[in-house]
Structure formats: structure tokens, C-alpha cells
Design a protein around this ligand. Structure first.
Ligand code: ADP
Ligand code: ZN
Length: 739
């Protein structure tokens, strides 16, 4: 044997005594992976989920791609503590994490953290203990015991609780039989998180234009590779039915499916509908899931056991084994934007994930975002249009109530026109919804004698009175105090006045006019949390309320068969702020709310109280001419080079003192590179100048569509002042909020 080959064998069979070095992403806001040594006995590869020491702690990290730096001596590095027993993140998933980090200018370790779970989730689920009949008879037979023995005689094992349930006997009956030695312990594999969905559980029931729409999407899927479709259709046109067929096709092809929904926690009816079509519920993913369930779902997703997940935006970072379709329902919804730590828009990042994974994505909305409309019109997205409601259901008849001509009585907020409509509706035994997107009793409370306003001690926002809870609350930071009996400024008793309405105040007005009616107030601060909200929504659907007063919580996806009147208390509410998307948002929200009415064929109405009946948004809604509205809105965006015709990024500088925040923001501004096509506005004090005791300044970077925003921001940060003391700089690429 020659020298060369013996060297080869040496290299193969005698691994070098020095350890390997690998990059590991740790959950820290640092720009790069850290290097760790790999103990000789450990096998890791890119994507492996590991535990590593970090200072005095042990944290979860992910082995990342990249060359080992030959200059690093592994002996000087700390070794990886352990590798978890779960499949490594796929290359696709790693590319996705890198892409999101680079696009949003976020630390990659913080993005990776969204894709992995706590250690318990990474260990295989323990086997479950069960009882198997080993023969013999009990000392004495009772009817309960007989029922148990009937079930177990063929030696199929049951868990203790499963057996008591199946036989309809108490646990003590089972325990009694166990004591007599009739059973032996066996171990069973853990039950699946959800049963497998069956694409052919029932026949598809799409028809007419729905059929055409579904086949267009399925065709795109059959061609293979990345494709993006936008299903644009009024509420009730059958969009869900159509994308269910796309899901069925993906399942037939052996792919996993992700359905993103805003407010998933409240869409129990969606899960049931899915079950009717596929014979099993999808796995849920949202922040209200019990920790143990989250772990199970996570594990089911990586191993491929879970085939379909319906989840909130964070589900986008689940490390699917073989994802083959993403559906983004209500794609225009602002809830897809995360504004915490990693600022990202899940709708946009979902498109990226589909492109990286080379599979189709379907965006769905009755009122698509201007961005998606433009992509649809330009042909980047495949546009699928469903113009009419399915079957008998007609769109509600929409009218404006000109509040200047039909003002409410003193101290009230509901026009006589609105009150008459509510009366007529409940007299027929139907339901009315009064919509106001404002929690609490009143947005502002002040003292009638000295004019004192109640302001949050930590934020620059007014405290909102919540009468049911007898509190005044900050909607910014959650601060609350008991509603004071006397003004803290001048000491006068009973002189506090509420300015403007919240849902609680509308409820009070409704009770005055309709004391007999059953009313429900629905808002996210309802005591009892998500569980209670789900129950209330079910009660409304069953007709157990006459009048519902609610915030945007009731706008989303629910089906209330008896709801025939939707009244918008303040249609102008969203138009007032300085947000470039104010008109679009108002249009979307109002369309969505009025779309709650008349989903089952009953004649239905929508009434919008407004002081600006000529406003294009109001006109677009009542005329039903959405395309004219979009055309105008798109034209204005194009003129102003606003997204999607230009690019925006926000820089929010905050600090414990105003001067620190402002100085740092000015320093950044001075460091802005001079390039054509990109300009910087500000710094200016943020509209929310103080949040949780931190002073905030904002810069807005505006670029042409083709400008390299990320490179620009990076060089600005690099050339800018060092981040010191309490200063924090937050980047928000493609901002949705300008507060
Ligand atoms: P969207 O998602 O556009 O709001 P849905 O898919 O929820 O519309 O459909 C509205 C209602 O019409 C639902 O109750 C749905 O079950 C029913 N529906 C839609 N298409 C069909 C169909 N082809 N056959 C039977 N029912 C349908
Ligand atoms: Zn506050």
C-alpha cells in the first residue's frame, strides 16, 4: 500500500485528536454566530439543535453553516454541551432564517430562536403506560366490572383513564381490578398531536367561478416550483372553499401545509370547518396554546407527523420537514406585522419562504393590501377573482349616516337613524352589531373644574377609563390604577368627565334605549381571556344576543347567521392619524365589519356614521366600487413613491432621557450616506414620545423602489455614534406603524 493511501486511511479511521470547531447561533442580539468546539464523541451537522454554555448559563443554539476558521484553536473554545435528539433544521430553513435576518437587519440568533423550542420539546415524547388484560376473573362481578372486562378481553391495551372513559366507569373500578392482578403494564407510543387529514374525506364542493379559481391554483401547483396566487373575493364568496382544494392537492402530493390566520385563537369555527372537509383538525399554533401542546406541535412539525398547521404569524418560523404550500388568509391584516424584537411582516416573509422552498403560496383577502393588488395587476402574483357571494347570500345594503344632518342626542353617540335601524332589527328577532374600535368607556378623562387630564406616568398617552373594571388604564403599556374619586390636581369630588366613546359607553347608551335587549360587549380586555371570548362568540352565533357591541375582534372571520345589521359608530376614526395607509386600513376594516352581515341569505344592512360622507373611503364602501378606490389609492402611492412604488424604513431611537435619545438620533442622521434615490427624514420626536418611561425619536428613510435599503441602513449604523448607556436603536424595514 502506498504512502498516500495510508494517509487517506489514517485520516478516515483515526480522527484528529483535536476537536472540530463549528459556528453556533445563540439567542443573543449579536451580529454573528459564536464558535464552539465539538467533543470527539459528538456528531453535529449544520442545523443541529444543541445546548451550549454562554457565560454562566446554558442556552439552546443551532449549528450554522460556514467554514471553520483554521486560526481558531478548538482547545481554547468551550465545547457544545449536548445535541438534541431531533432532526436538524433543513438547509431551506437555514436559508430562510439568514434571509429574514439580513432583510430586517435583525441578529440572526434572534431569528433562529423563533424556529426552535425549549429543550423538553426536543426530546422524544415518552411512551404512555397502559393496561393489558392478562386473563382471570375478579373475586366478584358487578355491572361496571363486566363492562370493563367486555372491552379488554381481546387484550387490546388501554390507558387507565382511557379505559374508565371507554367503559363509562370510575377510575376506582379500574384500580380495583388492577389490584386483583388482572392487568399487566405495557407501554404504548404517544398518541399523535392531531389525526392525519384526508384530502378525499369528502368530495370537493366548489362550483362555478370557484371551480375555475381552484383549478388555476392547482395548475400552478402541478407546474411545480414557486408561484404566488392572490384570491381576491368578497366575504362569503367561497375563498376558503377554494383554498381548501389547493390544500387537498398539496396533501395528495405528500406535502405539509401551513395556513396563516390573524387572531387564530378565536377562530374555533375555522378548525371545525377544516375538520368537516378533511376529517381531522389542523394543529393549532398561537401564543395561547398550552406550553406542553406547543412542544408537541413543534415536534410533530419537524418530524413530519403533523401535516397541516393553522397558526398565527409566528407559525411561519416552524421548521417544517417538507412544507409544500402556505396559505395566508386575510393577507392585508395588520396583525401579520410583528413589532417586537424581530420586526417582520409574516405575509411578506411567507412569500420569501415559499420562494426559497420552491413551492406555491396563496394569499387570500376580500380587501387585499395595495402592495398585493399591485403585484396582482403587474402579473407577479396570479390573480384569482371571486366577485359574488356564494348561493343565496347577498351583500348587505350599505348607507352612510351623515352625522351633521342626523346628530345624536346630547351626550349620546348613536344617531336616531341608527337607533331606528337597531330597533327594527331586534324586533324581527335578528341581531345587530355596533362596531367601535375603541376599548373601555372613554378615551380621555378630565376634571371639569381644573381641566386635569389623566395621563400615564410612563407614557405620553391618556389613560382610558374602564368602568366595568373601575380602572383607568394605559393602552400603551398596560399601566392601570383605580379610578380616583377625587381629582388629584384640585381635589374636587365627582367632577370627572369622560370625553368621547369607547365600547363600554356605547353599551350604556344601548341599554338606555333598549333595556329589554340582550347585549354583549366584545373586546380583547373582556375578563376571562380567550376562553371566554370563544364562548361569547359561540353564543352570538347561536343567537343568544340581540345587540353586540364590539371592537375589531368581532370583525374577523366569524359567521353570525342572524346578524343582519352592522352599524359603524365612528367610520372616520381610523382616518385621522398621520399613517400613509390610513385610508386603505379604514376601507379594509369597514369592509370586513360590514361583511359580517347577511352571510346566510337574510336581507341585511350596514350603516356607517360619518362626518365626512364625501370622503373617498366612505364613497368606495357604499358604492361597492372597490376597484375605483384601489385605483385612486394606487395612483397616490405611485405619485408619492410610497410602497410598493418606493421603500421605507424607520429607525426608532429610545433612551431613558430625552437628550440621550435625541443626541443619538441626530448622530445617526449626520452619518447617513449621501446617495441619490435615498433620503432621510427627521429625527423628530415620535408621536408616542414616551413609552414605558423611555423617550423616543424617529427617523424615516425613504428610497426608490430599486434602492438597496439594507446596505444603506448598515452603513448608516456603522458610521453612526456608538450605542451607549440606555440608548437602544430599533430598525423597522417596511414599517406599518408610524407612532
Ligand atoms: P369566504 O372565505 O370568501 O368568506 P367561505 O368559503 O367562507 O367564503 O364561504 C361562505 C359560505 O358559503 C360558507 O358558509 C360556505 O360553507 C358556503 N359555501 C361556499 N362555497 C360553497 C359551495 N361550493 N358549496 C356549498 N357551500 C359553499
Ligand atoms: Zn403607559
Amino acid at each position: 500500500m502506498g504512502k498516500d493511501s495510508s494517509d487517506l486511511f489514517g485520516a478516515l479511521f483515526d480522527p484528529p485528536s483535536t476537536n472540530r470547531v463549528v459556528p453556533v447561533l445563540v439567542p443573543l442580539p449579536v451580529p454573528e454566530a459564536y464558535s464552539y468546539a465539538v467533543p470527539e464523541t459528538m456528531a453535529v451537522e449544520p442545523g443541529s439543535v444543541v445546548q451550549v454554555p454562554l457565560g454562566p448559563r446554558q442556552v439552546i443554539g443551532v449549528v450554522w453553516d460556514g467554514e471553520d476558521d483554521p486560526r481558531i484553536d478548538p482547545k481554547k473554545l468551550r465545547p457544545i454541551t449536548q445535541v438534541f435528539d431531533c432532526p436538524p433544521l433543513t438547509r431551506e430553513m437555514r436559508n430562510f432564517v439568514d434571509w429574514v435576518a439580513s432583510y430586517t437587519l435583525s441578529p440572526p440568533g434572534l431569528v433562529a430562536r423563533m424556529a426552535v423550542r425549549a429543550p423538553a420539546a426536543l426530546e422524544p415524547e415518552p411512551m404512555v403506560e397502559a393496561l393489558r388484560y392478562r386473563g382471570g376473573e375478579p373475586d366478584r362481578i358487578t355491572p361496571a366490572r363486566a363492562r370493563v372486562l367486555d372491552l379488554v378481553r381481546d387484550e387490546i391495551p388501554f390507558t387507565r383513564s382511557g379505559l374508565s372513559h371507554a367503559a363509562g366507569v370510575s377510575l376506582s373500578v379500574i384500580d380495583g381490578l388492577v389490584k386483583q392482578g388482572l392487568f399487566e403494564s405495557v407501554f404504548l407510543p404517544p398518541p399523535p398531536v392531531v389525526a392525519a387529514p384526508d384530502p378525499d374525506y369528502v368530495a370537493p364542493r366548489i362550483e362555478g367561478p370557484q371551480k375555475q379559481a381552484a383549478s388555476e391554483i392547482i395548475e400552478a401547483m402541478q407546474t411545480g416550483g414557486f408561484s404566488a396566487s392572490l384570491i381576491d373575493g368578497v366575504t362569503g364568496s367561497g375563498k376558503t372553499e377554494v383554498y381548501f382544494e389547493a390544500i387537498a392537492e398539496a396533501l395528495r402530493r405528500g406535502k405539509q401545509v401551513l395556513i396563516l390566520l390573524p387572531e387564530i385563537a378565536l377562530t374555533a369555527s375555522f378548525l371545525e370547518r377544516f375538520q368537516d372537509r378533511f376529517g381531522a383538525k389542523p394543529a393549532e399554533w398561537h401564543s395561547d396554546l398550552a406550553p406542553r401542546m406547543r412542544e408537541k406541535v413543534w415536534r410533530g412539525v419537524v418530524t413530519g407527523e403533523v401535516r397541516v398547521v393553522a397558526g398565527a404569524r409566528s407559525a411561519l418560523f416552524l421548521p417544517f420537514e417538507e412544507l409544500g404550500l402556505i396559505v395566508v388568509d386575510e393577507e392585508h391584516d395588520p396583525a401579520y406585522k410583528q413589532e417586537d424584537r424581530v420586526f417582520y411582516n409574516a405575509r411578506d416573509m411567507a412569500v420569501v419562504r415559499a420562494r426559497i422552498g420552491s413551492f406555491p403560496i396563496v394569499l387570500v383577502s376580500a380587501t387585499p393590501s395595495v402592495e398585493s393588488q399591485v403585484n396582482g395587476q403587474s402579473g407577479r402574483y396570479h390573480l384569482v377573482h371571486l366577485p359574488t357571494r356564494f348561493g343565496e347570500a347577498a351583500m348587505p345594503d350599505l348607507h352612510l349616516v351623515d352625522m351633521r344632518r342626523h346628530p345624536p342626542e346630547r351626550g349620546g353617540f348613536l344617531s336616531p337613524v341608527m337607533l331606528r335601524a337597531v330597533k327594527k332589527t331586534i324586533e324581527k328577532g335578528e341581531q345587530a352589531l355596533l362596531f367601535l374600535n375603541r376599548r373601555g368607556y372613554a378615551p380621555l378623562t378630565l376634571c371639569r373644574v381644573c381641566g386635569h387630564r389623566f395621563q400615564c406616568p410612563q407614557c405620553s398617552s391618556w389613560l382610558v377609563e374602564h368602568r366595568f373594571k373601575e380602572q383607568i388604564q394605559c393602552h400603551q403599556c398596560g399601566y392601570s390604577e383605580k379610578t380616583p374619586e377625587a381629582c388629584p390636581e384640585c381635589g374636587t369630588f365627582d367632577h370627572l368627565v369622560a370625553c368621547g366613546p369607547g365600547v363600554e359607553r356605547i353599551a350604556e347608551e344601548v341599554e338606555k334605549h333598549f333595556p329589554e335587549a340582550r347585549t354583549i360587549v366584545m373586546s380583547s380586555d373582556l375578563l376571562g381571556g380567550v376562553k371566554r371570548l370563544r364562548l361569547e362568540l359561540e353564543a352570538i352565533a347561536k343567537g343568544e344576543a340581540d345587540i353586540v357591541i364590539g371592537t375589531q375582534l368581532v370583525a374577523k372571520g366569524h359567521n353570525f347567521p342572524l346578524m343582519t345589521l352592522v352599524g359603524i359608530v365612528d367610520a372616520d376614526l381610523g382616518l385621522a392619524n398621520g399613517d400613509p395607509r390610513a385610508a386603505e386600513r379604514t376601507f379594509q376594516l369597514l369592509s370586513q365589519v360590514t361583511g359580517r352581515a347577511g352571510r346566510t341569505g337574510l336581507k341585511s344592512h350596514g350603516l356607517l356614521q360619518t362626518y365626512q360622507p364625501q370622503h373617498p373611503v366612505m364613497q368606495a364602501i357604499v358604492s361597492g366600487d372597490a376597484s375605483a378606490f384601489y385605483e385612486r389609492e394606487i395612483g397616490e402611492r405611485e405619485k408619492a413613491l410610497l410602497p410598493p412604488f418606493g421603500r421605507l424604513a424607520s429607525i426608532i431611537v429610545s433612551a431613558d432621557t430625552r437628550v440621550d435619545a435625541e443626541t443619538h438620533a441626530r448622530g445617526l442622521r449626520a452619518a447617513a450616506p449621501k446617495v441619490s434615490g435615498i433620503s432621510v427624514l427627521g429625527p423628530a420626536e415620535a408621536p408616542l414620545a414616551l413609552v414605558r418611561g423611555r423617550h423616543r425619536f424617529r427617523l424615516l428613510v425613504h428610497g426608490r423602489r430599486n434602492s438597496d435599503m439594507q446596505a444603506y441602513l448598515r452603513s448608516m449604523l456603522a458610521a453612526g455614534p456608538k450605542v451607549r448607556g440606555t440608548v437602544h436603536v430599533q430598525l423597522d424595514v417596511d414599517p406599518q406603524s408610524f407612532l
